[in-house]
Design a protein around this ligand. Structure first.
Ligand code: CO8
Length: 257
């Protein structure tokens, strides 16, 4: 399907999705949200791509919802619901996602990055939830994902004040996994992706599932879920291969079974 506001390329099992509205710092217009939703529907159905990098074209990752577009529209429920849905859909993808963040990742941009599994930031990156300054709230999961990632106190400060933090602070607060020089951002994100591609797909999928399910339920149920997933993995061919390869002192060759 041809898209205008996003670009997609594939290198083997690695997909790279680029937000492509650089003139507006990749602000989430209605069209971008719709195209992102359609793209997520497509990638959910395939099994070839196992790691997806999300990045932004131009000088920013994403400056959030398109304020100019929103300012002209009658307020309604459609766009907030759509942004919530795409963030959740992104978070639940059956593959591993990495946000490669440079420039601004603010508002809905920060929320998209948080919906990814991992975040690699360049030294110039800035993060924030400035919605309060517009009289709204971080409505694409920010009020929930931010405190889960960085703790309630820091999350409230970011959301109440609306100011941005730099990449080093984001790293110290646990909002990003790594900070790298700007010119090496994609190289480092791809290197991380390659490591993930060497890991057994079934184990990665179930680890992700345990975290996703566990963060939304009580500890007892989450541990029970973990035990079931663990039992599944112990019966897998990949588990046999991983342990045999260790004993035989050779790299494992995982089949995803
Ligand atoms: N929407 C629309 N246009 C934008 C946005 C945006 N979010 N951000 C930047 N732009 C445009 C600017 O208007 C400008 O266009 P032009 O040159 O035509 O005037 C161009 O992009 C470049 O931006 P700046 O000149 O402002 O660049 P600076 O480097 O000076 O500043 C900033 C960068 C600090 C990121 C600044 O642009 C800014 O503050 N942007 C707005 C950030 C913001 O408030 N985001 C939150 C939006 S609300 C939100 O995301 C909620 C999401 C989920 C809920 C869904 C509800 C519908």
């Amino acid at each position: 399907m041809p898209y205008e506001t996003i670009l997609y390329e594939q290198e083997g099992a690695l997909g790279i999705l680029t937000l492509n509205r650089p003139h507006r710092l990749n602000a989430l217009s209605r069209q971008l949200v719709q195209e992102l939703d359609a793209f997520l529907g497509e990638i959910e159905r395939q099994r070839e791509v196992r790691v997806l990098i999300l990045r932004g074209e131009g000088r920013a990752f994403c400056a959030g919802a398109d304020i100019k577009e929103m300012a002209e529209e009658e307020p309604g429920v459609a766009l907030p619901r759509a942004t919530t849905r795409i963030a959740t859909r992104l978070e639940n993808l059956p593959l591993i996602t990495i946000a490669a963040v440079h420039g601004y990742a603010v508002g809905g941009g920060c929320e998209l990055a948080m919906a990814c599994d991992l975040r690699v930031a360049s030294e110039d990156a800035q993060f924030g939830q400035p919605e309060v300054k517009l009289g709204i709230l971080p409505g694409a999961g920010g009020t929930q994902r931010l405190p889960r990632l960085i703790g309630i106190g820091r999350a409230k400060e970011l959301m109440y004040i609306g100011d941005f933090i730099d990449a080093r602070t984001a790293l110290a607060w646990g909002l990003v996994n790594r900070v790298v020089p700007r010119e090496r951002l994609m190289e480092e994100a791809k290197a991380l992706a390659q490591v993930l591609l060497q890991r057994p797909p079934l184990a990665l999928a179930l680890i992700k599932s345990c975290v996703q399910v566990g963060m939304q339920t009580d500890l007892h149920s989450a541990l029970e879920y973990e035990a079931r997933c663990s039992t599944i993995l112990h019966a897998s061919e990949d588990r046999r291969e991983g342990m045999r390869a260790f004993v035989e002192k050779r790299p494992p060759v995982f089949q995803g079974r």
